[in-house]
Design a protein around this ligand. Structure first.
Ligand code: URA
Length: 233
């Protein structure tokens, strides 16, 4: 693959801009400055640098962001900045999109990818990919709330009863619960249907992938591929 194509595919601008970066000596590949945009390289499993910053090559990108409060997952945010502003420009240019949505006030594990097939696989209702949330309730979480979540609650405008796959009491007001669907405000509405109210919501797991404790809010990291989330190739 020509080095110009590598940079273009990874979101470093137009083909013309990528050629310029290379010609100006701003790009290294495998530790060597390459000034010929047409140089043939094999990028798979390798890294390059642009202006000294290292970038792994991924044909398709999958990243995990620890979403802070007051960021919107929408492409056209209204009240807060988009989560996309937390990613470096090349990831935005190559068209990463959030995998599903978290509310503006929800924090935690948000995946973003430019892999359309993976996006579909992770969000399609029939796939039932489990998502785990840490829920801080306004009032102490009664046994009746936990029972209701496990048995299933009927929400306005939803045809099916929605139930949690599991619920764990962490302390008086804090629960962790896993759901396998992704309806609008689902956790908040389920908790409300059980007679309580969500004060804070954090996603702590998506499929097989747990939110890494060392990843600060607003920070992101590369994932090696879908198996990090799905547990299989
Ligand atoms: N359920 C909600 O209510 N909000 C979220 O952001 C995610 C799940």
């Amino acid at each position: 693959m020509r080095l110009e194509q590598v940079l273009f595919s990874q979101g470093f601008g137009t083909r013309h801009e990528c050629r310029g970066l290379i010609s100006l000596g701003r790009v290294t590949f495998e530790g060597n400055t390459v000034t010929d945009p047409d140089e043939d390289v094999d990028p798979v499993g390798r890294s390059f640098t642009v202006d000294g910053r290292s970038w792994p090559y991924y044909e398709k990108a999958l990243v995990l962001l620890n979403k802070p409060e007051n960021y919107e997952c929408s492409q056209k945010p209204i009240h807060h900045p988009s989560v996309m502003t937390l990613l470096p420009p090349p990831l935005r240019v190559r068209g990463l999109q959030p995998v599903g949505r978290l509310d503006a006030d929800t924090t935690g594990l948000l995946l973003l990818t430019d892999d359309g097939a993976l996006q579909h696989r992770l969000t399609h209702p029939k796939r039932h990919v489990p998502k785990r949330y840490r829920v801080t309730c306004k009032h102490a979480a009664a046994d009746s709330l936990i029972e209701a979540l496990l048995e299933g609650v009927k929400l306005v405008d939803e045809r099916d009863v929605l139930r949690a796959q599991d619920v764990e009491r962490i302390d008086d007001k804090v629960l962790e619960m896993t759901i396998t669907s992704g309806k609008y405000h689902q956790v908040k509405r389920m908790i409300a249907a059980g007679g309580n109210r969500v004060e804070a919501l954090e996603r702590v797991r998506f499929g097989h992938l747990a939110l890494p404790e060392a990843l600060a809010r607003g920070e992101w990291l590369w994932l090696e591929g879908p198996q990090a989330v799905l547990g299989t190739k």
